[in-house]
Write a protein that binds this ligand. Structure first.
Ligand SMILES: [Zn+2]
Length: 481
């Protein structure tokens, strides 16, 4: 045989060996956690306190002048009464009327503090769905092993869990290793301008910077990730940006019997088609690589082989992943044409036509780049304007104190689950705190099914007693680290 045949054979053997070697090294993470002495948490009592919090309808207020602030005022007093020990050991400030900031002084002043977030407001119940609730949405009913009502999953559960943990540990005489701050905004569901923004500004004005921050976000889900049998604890390390962009075309008004080749409506139609066709590029970005590095080892051999060898199979993976909506959303800035405007009568040329496109911007891209892209694609003669836009968040590391602490606490409470860093598609208060911290994580300690996800902002929102216990134990575990 000629020499080159041997060379090719040797090359193939090396590549196969690399692929198999990398696949074999692609293993599940293992954790070492000391078994905790049994905690004596009074779950019934905690459930009653969560129910009490749900009974105050702190419905998010979009117009501060017209809102009903009564429930928010009562909520602050309710927390004082429900958690007397926590309120005795922590300093509390009311910020901008209805948001709360707590500080629990720690043992070691040389350590940077940690900050735990939640929000007080809840989304309203959609008109016409009230009757579909098995128990009224603000009843806080304790039935069938659940607390029922708006806010039990988003996110009074997280707020109450953190306070329960402080109450429990303070009663034991525990002092935190570092300063702990708790910050609860009152308008997360309406963008956080009055709550999280003001809280963050206050912390900045005091020159504070935090080791890490935990806010609401991913939960532990079963069956949500195809091909993965273990429950998956999704910890958000970044969130996508947001932009509503309007495009407008001007035309000549007049009768439609002698039309121009393209009317204003026609120009918008062409522009919209072009924007859908020329999407933002799909990329296996650094954050997606992190997600895949954590989730890959839990998958079957075929997928594991591909994910361990993205250096070779990257293009193939992108192609397969793009075919699903969820996959595509992870790979790129998404484009959704949501509103069409223009034209009123069948026989009249529209003077003006427009469309609104909703973009969710992938971390690593900017609003600026997106606008340039839209202008390029729609071409001359069409105006482009931003209605509102938020840049994507930074990407938090997975090798720092914060992620490790969360990962360990997840392992202690959900030993069967695998912790996976991921990107949150919707916005949270967390992004407002970027000036005071660069390790920001988004995780809500509850175990839910894929179907349960619909209850969030939906009908029959509820939290099981098991999840109440898990939430409290999670925070106790985290606070002790
Ligand atoms: Zn929320």
């Amino acid at each position: 045989m000629p020499h080159w045949v041997y060379l090719i054979l040797a090359g193939v053997v090396v590549i196969v060996a690399v692929i198999l070697g990398r696949t074999a090294a692609f293993r599940s993470r293992r954790y070492a956690v000391e078994p905790q002495p049994g905690l004596k948490i009074d779950i019934d009592r905690a459930a009653e306190r969560l129910a009490g919090a749900v009974q105050l309808p702190t419905i998010t207020v979009s117009d501060p002048e017209k809102g009903d602030w009564g429930p928010f005022e009562k909520f602050i007093r309710y927390l004082e009464q429900a958690y007397p020990t926590a309120h005795a050991v922590m300093e509390r400030e009311i910020v901008n009327g209805y948001s709360l900031l707590y500080r629990w002084k720690g043992r070691d002043e040389s350590l940077k503090p940690a900050l735990f977030l939640a929000h007080i407001d809840v989304v309203p119940v959609e008109v016409g769905t009230e009757q579909d609730w098995l128990y009224p949405p603000f009843s806080g009913a304790l039935a069938e092993g659940f607390v029922w009502g708006r806010g039990t999953m988003d996110v009074k559960n997280q707020l109450i869990s953190a306070l329960e943990a402080v109450e429990y540990l303070a009663a034991e005489g525990f002092t935190p290793p570092r300063d702990f701050y708790l910050a609860f905004g009152h308008d997360e569901e309406t963008r956080g301008e009055e709550g999280a923004v003001k809280l963050s500004e206050l912390l900045q004005s005091r020159g504070l910077s935090f080791e890490y921050i935990l806010d609401e976000g991913g939960a532990v889900t079963v069956g949500a990730m195809p091909g993965v049998k273990r429950p998956v604890a999704l910890v958000g390390i970044a969130e996508k940006g947001y932009a509503d962009i309007r495009i407008t075309a001007q035309g000549e008004a007049g009768h439609s019997s002698m039309p121009p080749r393209h009317t204003a409506a026609g120009m918008i139609g062409r522009a919209v088609a072009a924007l859908e066709k020329r999407q933002r590029p799909a990329r296996i970005s650094p954050y997606l690589k992190k997600t895949l590095a954590y989730i890959g080892p839990e998958m079957g051999f075929g997928l594991r082989l591909i994910l361990a060898n993205l250096w070779l199979f990257g293009p193939l993976f992108k192609l397969a992943f793009q075919s699903s909506r969820a996959g595509s959303a992870l790979l790129r800035t998404t484009t959704a044409v949501t509103v069409l405007e223009g034209g009123s009568r069948p026989n009249v040329l529209p003077k003006k036509a427009g469309a609104v496109i909703n973009y969710r911007i992938a971390p690593g891209e900017t609003v600026r780049e997106l606008l340039d892209h839209v202008r390029r694609v729609v071409g001359k003669g069409i105006e482009v304007e931003t209605i509102q836009a938020t840049e994507p968040s930074r990407i938090s590391p997975v090798d720092g104190t914060g992620f490790k602490a969360i990962e360990q606490a997840v392992y202690a409470i959900f030993p069967e689950a695998v912790t996976v860093p991921y990107i949150v598609m919707g916005g949270t208060d967390a992004i407002r705190y970027e000036p005071v911290c660069d390790q920001i994580y988004r995780f809500t300690p509850m175990l839910i099914s894929k179907e349960d996800l619909e209850r969030i902002h939906g009908t029959n929102e509820r939290l099981s007693l098991e999840n109440i216990e898990r939430g409290i134990r999670f925070y106790i575990e985290l606070f002790k680290q």
